[in-house]
Design a protein around this ligand. Structure first.
Ligand code: MG
Ligand code: MG
Length: 253
């Protein structure tokens, strides 16, 4: 069941989304070698409560933290621990909050100190693939058009798109129908309608697309150990085109 949102619901999701995006920008500013993942989690948790919101991930299927922190070969769902960030790392920050009964969800991958050219390229291509996916999210198009545009762009750089994790509908729940894969065929899948709200989230590996979940039940790593990046925006399908609901206050389109 896909829940179509009213304009006022989309506004509420945007309010939540803006808090998420502002938090990610603040976290990006404090990321530096020497910081532990636990410290970032504490910041993320407090940021939600300071903004009268609830961290959406904490306790979600028993996830133990307020933010997913995925370093280097971790694809998604990394659990913040005592790991100390080092120059050269890349870190995926995936954060969600609930405000007034509505959810926002967004992710960015950022460099720690000085990173290699190949790591920076992976980050750039992943972010660009999300932008292309968003541009394909037009009324009357299909989920497969989003999926295809992401996959086609990523594979043009000989990177691979992760299959085991996908984007999703979002609104009154963190994860709603429909799934939004980052791979697929143009013209296939569910038709996009005005009022759908989707979280698009390409996960891109330098090596093979395969992932393995560690014994903690959450941390998904690349099977071949290669670097992985992740970006995510919550967007609404509107008659005026896709509307990104997870831009920070500082962003001027
Ligand atoms: Mg997310
Ligand atoms: Mg998500």
């Amino acid at each position: 069941m896909i829940y179509i949102k009213t304009e006022s619901e989309i506004e509420k999701i945007q309010k939540a989304g803006r808090i998420v995006a502002n938090a990610l920008q603040e976290i990006k500013k404090i990321i530096k070698p020497g910081l532990t993942l636990i410290e970032i989690d504490k910041f993320a948790e407090e940021y939600a409560y300071k903004n009268h919101a609830k961290p959406a991930f904490k306790g979600y299927h028993a996830f133990p933290a307020s933010i997913c922190l995925s370093v280097n070969n971790v694809v998604v769902h990394g659990i913040p621990d005592q790991y100390v960030l080092r120059s050269g790392d890349i870190i995926g920050l995936d954060y969600g909050i609930e405000l007034d009964g509505y959810f926002g969800d967004s992710a960015i991958t950022v460099p720690v100190g000085d990173i290699s050219e190949s790591a920076q390229k992976l980050i750039d291509v992943t972010r660009e693939s999300l932008d292309l996916g968003i541009k394909s999210a037009l009324v009357g198009c299909r989920i497969g058009d989003i999926s295809y545009s992401i996959q086609h762009y990523v594979e043009g750089f000989s990177y691979s798109v992760v299959r085991n994790f996908v984007g999703h509908g979002i609104g009154r729940k963190l994860h709603e129908e429909p799934p939004v894969p980052n791979y697929g065929t143009k013209g296939k899948g569910i038709k996009l309608e005005q009022g759908m709200v989707l979280a698009l989230e390409p996960m891109v590996n330098i090596g093979s697309p395969e992932t393995v979940v560690l014994p903690d039940g959450w941390t998904a790593v690349t099977r071949d150990g290669s670097l992985s990046a992740h970006f995510e925006h919550t967007i609404a399908i509107t008659k005026n085109g896709p509307k990104v609901l997870t831009y920070p206050d500082s962003y001027e389109p």
